[in-house]
Design a protein around this ligand. Structure first.
Ligand code: EPZ
Length: 417
């Protein structure tokens, strides 16, 4: 088991370089099996979720070579066999294989996916999309057997703009016969990235990044190259570290547009970040105005930044309100922030945060990935030593987090216990 020990209160200055997007790479890797020839993906982050998704690729018999941040995947000779529960539950993104295998072989057998425990996270919209495209879904004790005699394009209206369902619908529709329209599609940059990758393979997808995506099915997808986009949630997390403790902290190799909703909230609080085409520089601010935030699908405020920004709201002067609209159980960081001295009340899906509160070091836990990022930010801000347990959750999604924070002045160590 691993834990992180942080001595808080140190200023952060210098430059942090953002890695490839976890949630981008985790969709591109399963998508690669649709190609009949090798594909190459660069800017893959070195995080444990990538190891978990690679385990599925290798289990299916794909040839994978990974050097530095490159991966070459040759899925031309994979075997379409049941993906066991022991590996499908390691992460949420395992269910992109459900769609990619169905699209490629018209049959897939696998279990309900895993992922952070932040809510029920049903997959009904993905299954609905499969059925509209001609598949038959049988569920038995969490195991899904999905088959199709023929996959035929159709009109898919998603009940909510789900990232996973939008990507899964695209992965099946690219090889279905005829045209598919996905309406009320999610608009996240990771969706545009998957569509670009599939188009580079020869797919015909238009409209990705808007709420209506059109796909003309093709019979063959060829080899190609793509690059993972920068991780907007990692960038947002370090931007928040800069807002809390920065002295001219620069976050580089990022796309500011991808976190516009966060930047606007920082400006509302009174910050003046210096925004360039691929970097943002920010310094801490003594008096910050409280704000109201509601999580929404892109381009709204990202739910994945809701837990990290809670720390900053504890430092604003007055009452802030933070509403989580996507997940019913994404407040697990709150008791630990309260233990550190934060004044937070929970009312349904809203947090009422009264600040500023002096945060003091404590023993806390990373209950999930972004709760862990929140704990790291709180620890950097607090007076004294904070120990964060269950840090494996954080290492799933933040490449070299210890080294990156140390390089800008944080006193942070990873310990084996
Ligand atoms: C992706 O999850 C991300 N995961 C999540 O990142 C992120 O929080 C989420 O998108 C929203 O941005 C990956 O990309 C691997 P959704 P996903 O389908 O695709 C409901 C992180 O910390 N819904 O867009 O699973 C669902 O319950 C993580 O990196 C249904 O009801 O999210 C949620 O309330 C955690 N039925 C909302 O829609 C469905 O069939 C959005 O979920 C699908 C979703």
């Amino acid at each position: 088991m691993k834990q992180i020990k942080v001595e808080g209160g140190h200023r952060l200055s210098g430059t942090i370089t953002i890695s490839g997007a976890k949630n981008g790479a985790l969709a591109l890797i399963p998508a690669s099996i649709l190609a009949d020839e090798p594909v190459r993906i660069s800017n893959i982050p070195n995080i444990s979720d990538i190891d978990a998704i690679n385990e599925i690729l290798q289990y299916l018999g794909a040839k994978v070579s990974r050097k530095e941040d490159y991966m070459e995947i040759d899925a031309s000779k994979i075997v379409n066999k049941e993906i066991p529960q022991s590996i499908s539950t390691k992460l949420r993104a395992s269910y992109y294989f459900m769609a990619a295998l169905l699209g490629k072989y018209k049959k897939v057998e696998m279990f309900f996916p895993g992922g952070c425990s932040i809510g029920a996270r049903p997959i009904d919209q993905t299954l609905k999309a499969f059925e509209i495209l001609g598949a038959k879904v049988i569920e038995d004790h969490n195991k899904y057997t999905i088959t199709a005699d023929q996959l035929i394009g159709g009109n898919i209206y998603l009940d909510m703009p789900s990232v996973g369902a939008t990507i899964n619908a695209m992965l099946v529709a690219v090889k279905a016969e005829g045209s598919t329209i996905i309406q009320n599609a999610a608009k996240e940059p990771e969706i545009v990235s998957v569509a670009t990758f599939l188009n580079n393979m020869g797919a015909k997808i238009t409209g990705a990044g808007t709420s209506t995506i059109k796909i003309e099915g093709v019979t063959h997808l060829h080899g190609c190259f793509t690059e993972v986009i920068p991780d907007r949630i990692e960038a947002g997390t370090y931007l928040l570290a800069g807002a809390l403790m920065g002295e001219q902290l620069t976050i580089q190799n990022m796309i500011p547009k991808h976190i516009e909703s966060l930047i606007n909230k920082l400006i509302e609080m009174g910050y003046s970040p210096i925004i360039k085409s691929d970097s943002i520089t920010i310094s801490a601010l003594e008096h910050k105005k409280p704000v109201h935030i509601k999580t929404l699908g892109y381009p709204g405020f990202a739910t994945d930044l809701q837990q990290p920004i809670t720390v900053l709201l504890t430092q604003c002067q007055g009452e802030s309100i933070l509403e989580e609209t996507l997940y019913e159980n994404r407040f697990k960081h709150v008791p630990y922030l309260q233990k550190m001295g934060a004044n937070i009340a929970i009312e349904g899906q809203k947090m009422i945060i009264n600040g500023p509160s002096k945060l003091m070091g404590a023993e806390v836990e990373a209950t999930d990935l972004r709760a862990g990022a929140c704990m790291v930010l709180a620890a950097l801000t607090a007076e004294g030593i904070t120990t964060i347990s269950s840090i494996e959750h954080v290492l799933r999604g933040y490449e070299n987090i210890i080294e990156k924070l140390k390089s800008v002045g944080a006193k942070i160590e990873l310990e084996e216990i």
